[in-house]
Design a protein around this ligand. Structure first.
Ligand code: UD1
Ligand code: MG
Length: 460
């Protein structure tokens, strides 16, 4: 195959998004539209990728951090032909250029490869699709006798007869570089929109004896662009449906494939079960037999085999070992590592802490900056007081400790192996091993004490 250049058009205004954010930076599945296009572009192993930007100024290049890209500014935006012209200095003399759109995020790599193999040194590859409702799109005009493509006509310039054509231009095409320069310089803007249309090169190519070969996408949604929030939401559903279908085919049980959102990568082992309305962000790994209850949010998390996350739990940047029980309503924050058979129950927050095998914190606790040993029981309402208002300190709880309910552990502090902490204690000093430590006022009962009574209304 000859050298491949890629031009991504991303200079358009995106007026109908009604947003300050440039259109191509709006996220689909948690990632900018343009980043989706770039992923497909990179998968084609091109010579170079040039992005044409304009509207939104430097916000677009600033948001996409990739030194291997080249950027061509298009100000003002005078049409798709004018846009590609700005990229010319970045293209090779020979080889081919594929034109992609920054607002068409879901084009499959397989579809693009098919289109590229249809094109050649003397052949344009054109990605077309038949639409029941072709309105708004450029129509593919074919020769009445040979059936060959002879031109693309924009809807606003089309005759009534041409508007009946259902085969439309997706905009994605592969053009031999040695003709591109000449054709782009010949473009004129004497059309309904006073724009330099890239599509006009088709008729020029036919004149120059360059043939036009078409390819179709595997699915029509691969070529759908985003112009409004409504279209963005529709494509988001397409993406999520595709991902959910892939998971089902791999053997993952989804309570409802229409109620799962994956904004990144989700890798699942065998017999994983996911209940409704869970969100997966970043890189999430669920090993064999993991169960995720309804309404959980998991971001950059690894969960080992056999663990169950009960409903309404939020886990971020953490590692959960085998056969753990987390939630319901647990919040596991970054830097947390649970070994195997750990239980973290409802309304428990764990941050930047390691909890060793078999330990439990089942109710209403805050565990922050702590190292907790094996077979520890953290009673309800236990708080590690890790912050003095300026600095953070560590709490160490050794193996086989029992912490009674409503205990405050004032860090830095170490609770030694086998200690028992009496409920309601404020522990400020290290405890000795295997002893009961407690800090609590002695219980009193006051003789003759009277409960206050309510005064009649009006009396002071
Ligand atoms: C274009 C095609 C039309 C096709 C349709 C598919 C032309 C003349 N028409 O029409 O045949 O059916 O796409 O969606 O090519 N852009 C720039 N700079 C510009 C103008 C556009 O970068 O000056 C970018 C836009 O950001 C967008 C893409 O090019 O990503 C297409 O532009 P748009 O204005 O949507 O073209 P259409 O009129 O829809
Ligand atoms: Mg458009």
């Amino acid at each position: 195959m000859s050298k491949l250049n890629i031009v991504i058009l991303a200079a358009g205004l995106g007026k109908r998004m009604n947003s300050a954010l440039p259109k191509v930076l709006h996220p689909l599945a948690g990632k900018a539209l343009l980043a989706h296009v770039l992923d497909a572009a990179r998968a084609l192993s091109p010579q170079g990728i040039c992005i044409v930007y304009g509207h939104g100024g430097e916000a677009v290049p600033q948001a996409i951090d990739d030194k291997s890209l080249t950027w061509a500014q298009q100000v003002p935006q005078l049409g798709t032909g004018h846009a590609v012209k700005q990229a010319l200095p970045h293209l090779d003399e020979h080889g081919m250029t594929i034109i992609l759109y920054g607002d068409v995020p879901l084009t499959g790599v397989e579809t693009l490869k098919r289109l590229i193999s249809a094109a050649g040194e003397k052949t344009i590859g054109l990605l077309t699709v038949e639409l029941a409702d072709p309105s708004g799109y450029g129509r593919i005009v074919r020769d009445g006798e040979t059936g060959e493509v002879v031109a693309i006509v924009e809807e606003k310039d089309a005759t009534t007869v041409q508007r009946q054509i259902h085969e439309i231009n997706t905009g994605i095409m592969v053009i031999p570089n040695r003709y591109l320069h000449g054709w782009l310089h010949k473009l004129e803007n004497n059309n309904a929109q006073k724009e330099y249309y890239l599509t006009d090169i088709i008729a020029m190519a036919v004149k120059d004896g360059v043939s036009i070969k078409v390819a179709q996408p595997a699915h029509a949604w691969e070529t759908v662009g985003v112009n409004s929030k409504t279209q963005l939401a529709a494509l988001e559903r397409v993406y999520q449906h595709q991902f959910a279908t892939k998971l089902l085919e791999q053997g993952v049980t989804l309570a409802d494939p229409a109620r799962i959102d994956i904004r990144g990568q989700l890798v699942c082992g065998r017999d994983v079960e996911i209940d409704i309305n869970c969100i997966f962000e970043g890189d999430v790994h669920l090993d064999d037999g993991v169960k995720v209850g309804a309404h959980c949010i998991l971001k950059n998390v690894k969960i080992a085999a056999g663990s169950a996350i009960a409903p309404f739990s939020l886990i971020e940047a953490a590692e959960i070992g085998k056969n753990c029980r987390v939630g319901p309503y647990a919040r596991i924050r970054p830097g947390t590592k649970l070994a195997h058979d750990v239980h973290v129950g409802n309304f428990v927050e764990v941050k930047n802490s390691a909890i060793a095998a078999g330990s439990k914190a089942n109710h209403l606790s805050y565990i922050g900056d702590a190292v907790i040993g094996k077979n520890v029981n953290i009673g309800a309402g236990t708080i590690t007081c890790n912050y003095d208002g300026a600095n953070k300190y560590q709490t160490i709880i050794e193996d086989d400790v029992f912490v009674g309910s409503d205990t405050q552990l004032i860090a830095p502090v170490t609770v030694a192996q086998g200690s028992t902490i009496g409920a309601g204690s404020t522990i400020t000093k290290n405890t000795p091993p295997h002893k009961l430590s407690l800090s609590r006022a002695r219980q009193l009962s006051i003789e003759g004490w009277q409960r206050p009574v309510k005064k009649p209304k009006g009396e002071k």
